[in-house]
Write a protein that binds this ligand. Structure first.
Ligand code: HAM
Length: 426
């Protein structure tokens, strides 16, 4: 800031929307790409989906009674008077895309990964945003417990590749069309006998499973003896669940069973899971997912099952910070050119281009800055080496290569400086 002028911007980013800019944005990119890389290595092809879709897709796919659909969607009429919604999650869009483009006709399962922003009008707080970023996968068309385990293991690999250790995997089964209705009735009967306020009673009538997630102590106490779906699974669901656990054990993926897990989206059946990080306070879910038997048919496709996850990139980045792991570099450049004079600048501009072509990240001091200011920029860029070139160096045919960590500087022939730096930085 100059001459004490306050730079009060006339505009601010929307409330609850995190922005990532250098140097911290390097962490965001690294987390996103590491998580997506684990999915890519397991054969999940990339899909780029619309940021907005027909509102009906989410109402039907995610469920009208969920908070996400009933309270949190960014819905508006476009200029053609169609009701569209900024996507609150990715699964409904992927399944819509699979159906629309007949991807399920070309061999199953269809394995897709995606990354990008999602929108939920939630009350902003640490780790809870209105524009959130996810990396997700969906494997559609095969109801094989090994695939549930693969999806979970891919998420786990992603977290491990970042160096995270302070998280746990919680898992349960939400059963299937055979056991769910009977369990629902059993739970409703149980809830009817409790001392609950009217809104909670209403919730028990519409979606009794959600009452199990009530955080209030006086409700929790009464729920201790509630029947659990995990104890009332159909034979097929119980077998599926046991097979998933066996695969996870084979893979060495640790889990805890949480039979009271309630997810905020309605499409889940059978395997349902959440990755929880202990260093994040209230917004501890760094990723979640599960199987969805009926979604594809609900959206007008074949009756095929699918399984997937969505990992929160913002929260995973917070988890890295909480654990103090930073497997990425915030340096913008590896080499920083400091030209002293116009002739030096002409030469350094070319050397920078050659280094960039060889894969080295290079930046230069522009604007004819003096040595001191340019060296400050070199430090700020995070570069390992500064190339200092003045008139006298040019005459001698050399350039000063300064190691910015140690401060050592050596004269290197201009003809060989590119090869030498490429070798040093390899
Ligand atoms: P979800 O649990 O709603 O699942 O979201 C997945 C992850 O996104 C959460 O675990 C969390 O890390 C992150 N997330 C959600 N809301 C916010 C928020 N307001 N601010 C910051 N991070 C947030 C889904 O979206 C499902 N589509 C996942 C899935 C894929 N299930 C099957 N396939």
């Amino acid at each position: 800031m100059q001459e004490g002028v306050q730079r009060a911007s006339a505009f601010a980013a929307p409330k609850g929307v995190p922005e990532y800019y250098p140097p911290e944005s390097a962490g965001f990119v690294h987390v996103r790409d590491t998580l997506a890389g684990a999915a890519e290595r397991a054969g999940y092809g990339y899909v780029e989906l619309p940021i907005f879709e027909d509102t009906g897709l989410f109402a039907r796919g995610v469920g009208e009674s969920t908070d996400v659909v009933s309270k949190e969607m960014y819905t508006f009429a476009d200029r053609g008077d169609r009701s569209v919604t900024l996507r609150p999650e990715g699964t409904a869009g992927v399944v819509r895309s699979v159906i629309e483009h007949n991807l399920d006709r070309a061999g199953l399962p269809v394995k897709l990964r995606y990354a990008g922003p999602f929108f939920r009008y939630e009350r902003p707080q640490a780790g809870r945003y209105r524009q959130l970023q996810q990396v997700g996968v969906e494997a559609v068309g095969v109801d094989d417990p090994a695939l549930d385990a693969e999806v979970i293991a891919v998420a786990d690999e992603g977290f491990k590749a970042l160096g995270l250790t302070g998280y746990r995997l919680e898992l349960t089964s939400l059963g299937d069309a055979e056991c769910r209705p009977a369990y629902r009735e059993r739970l409703q009967e149980f809830l009817a006998g409790l001392d609950l306020d009217e809104p909670t009673r209403a919730r028990a009538r519409i979606n009794p499973l959600r009452v199990l997630d009530d955080k209030r102590p006086q409700v929790r106490r009464q729920l201790e003896d509630a029947p659990l779906l995990l104890d009332h699974l159909s034979a097929a669901s119980a077998e599926h669940h046991a097979a998933v656990l066996a695969h996870l054990e084979d893979l060495g993926v640790a889990y805890t069973i949480n039979p009271r897990m309630v997810r905020g989206l309605d499409y889940y059946t059978k395997t349902t899971f959440e990755f929880v990080h202990d260093g994040l306070g209230a917004q501890s879910g760094i990723g979640g997912g599960g199987r969805y038997d009926g979604l594809m048919e609900t959206l007008g496709g074949q009756p095929l099952s699918g399984v997937g996850f969505g990992i929160g990139v913002d929260r995973t980045l917070l988890a890295c910070r909480a654990e103090g792991v930073q497997p990425w570099s915030e340096a913008r450049a590896e080499v920083f050119g400091v030209p002293l004079g116009d002739a030096a600048k002409r030469r350094l501009v070319v050397i920078a281009a050659e280094l960039r072509r060889a894969g080295v990240r290079v930046d230069l001091a522009y604007g004819g800055r003096g040595l001191k200011g340019a060296m400050k920029s070199a430090d700020r860029s995070g570069a390992r080496f500064a190339l200092v070139l003045g008139e006298r160096d040019l005459e001698a045919g050399t350039v000063g290569v300064k190691d910015l960590a140690s401060g050592d500087q050596r004269a290197v022939p201009l003809d060989s400086v590119v090869t030498e730096l490429v070798a040093k930085l390899a």
